[in-house]
Structure formats: structure tokens, C-alpha cells
Design a protein. Structure first.
Length: 55
């Protein structure tokens, strides 16, 4: 909730924009992430790469 003047605004544009952008990025990268998982999972799960992904 946000207060603007004397009215309560039930949303915050920045938060929705940030959420939308994050979801949009994931959807756009879905095919790439599937390709990486299907063809390169051995590399992604290596002990050298895992800490980078998890950080």
C-alpha cells in the first residue's frame, strides 16, 4: 500500500514492474535454460560451477 495525497494507492508501480521484468526474463530464457540442462547438465553440476550458480 502506498499513500498519495489523501488516497491509499493499492499498488506500487516499481514493485510490479520489477516482478514483471523478472518473470519476463525467466520466460525469455526458458529455452536456453532447457538446452543447457538437457545437453550440458554434467558441466552445470560440476563442483567448480555449482558454487557460482548457487551464489
Amino acid at each position: 500500500m502506498n499513500v498519495k495525497g489523501c488516497e491509499i494507492v493499492p499498488y506500487c508501480k516499481t514493485r510490479w514492474t520489477t516482478a514483471f521484468q523478472s518473470i519476463s526474463d525467466i520466460i525469455r530464457l526458458k529455452a536456453v535454460l532447457k538446452e543447457l540442462f538437457n545437453n550440458y547438465s554434467n558441466i552445470l553440476l560440476s563442483e567448480k560451477i555449482k558454487p557460482i550458480i548457487c551464489s
